[in-house]
Design a protein around this ligand. Sequence first.
Ligand SMILES: Nc1nc2c(ncn2[C@@H]2O[C@H](COP(=O)(O)OP(=O)(O)OP(=O)(O)O)[C@@H](O)[C@H]2O)c(=O)[nH]1
Ligand SMILES: [Zn+2]
Length: 308
Amino acid sequence: MSTEIRGVVTRATGSWYDVLHEGRTIACRIRGRIRLKGVRSTNPVVVGDEVVCTEGGDGEWVIERILPRRNYIIRRASNLSKESHIIAANIDQALLVATLSQPVTAPEFLDRFLATCEAYKIPATILLAKYDLAAADPEAAAAFHATYESAGYRVVDLSTLDGTGLDAVRALVAGRTTLVAGNSGVGKSTLVGALEPGLALRTGSISESHRKGRHTTTFSAMYPLTGGGFLIDTPGIKGFGLIDIDDHELWHYFPEMMRIGAGCRFYNCTHTHEPGCAVREAVARGEVARSRYESYLKIRDEDDKYRK
Ligand SMILES: Nc1nc2c(ncn2[C@@H]2O[C@H](COP(=O)(O)OP(=O)(O)OP(=O)(O)O)[C@@H](O)[C@H]2O)c(=O)[nH]1
Ligand SMILES: [Zn+2]
């Protein structure tokens, strides 16, 4: 007699997968190759996947199927590869941790990330972290707010040092599956520790010694919150980017440009050089933040290079 369960993948190492089912974590394997239609990916089962697993009486659990994904995020397996690596699936929201102090978050990094979230239909909130330091330059902080709030994003000031914004973040993550992203050193681990004492992210490097000799590896993992919901930690988020998105579509993922672009003279306006471009006019008037527009141009250029 085989037993069948449904659960969610909380850790995907490539050789085994932790599946959370009714509060219990079960280590599962995959049998042969699980192929997903339309997705060319180096990893078949990812963190956040809802799966059906069976146990055939020998204590060995096997993932039989993956239920349809609501969404997923991808990074290229390598710059030259057309294959992609899925980071996580079934994400409710992303928290993008940014700072104005060291390490300063590059606008292009943030904008690329936001556009990616738009493309994959993942609601994103920006956390302006180390706000205790940002507050020393109120003008820069206000400009940051204006840029992203006018684009349509919520910006939450956060300081784990003095507690600013912690309750707001707590309310955001409760009961949801949240991707926490941001450059190294912006304070992600400190934030997670503040939200859930005892929970340490960056546990992505674990020893697989009990399986394969001494060998460490990094992978995404999802951590349950006591109050419900999960946090997803994503090592190697640097390579995270837009793929499979047409140049012509990129501006759709800048919400403020999307709202204005219908007013361009040409329906296929690229907003780079065309006369009568409503987007460039809005940039000139200061209605669309210049830094956002410049990110758009840079991402277009870079992604062009990938395609050639
Ligand atoms: N002033 C100030 N410093 C902070 C705050 N939060 C974190 N830090 C400091 O910033 C540094 C980096 O914090 P981490 O939490 O390790 O950053 P991280 O994003 O997890 O970094 P990686 O693990 O490399 O990805 C540490 O020295 C923290 O003490 C804050 O709210 N205010
Ligand atoms: Zn235009």
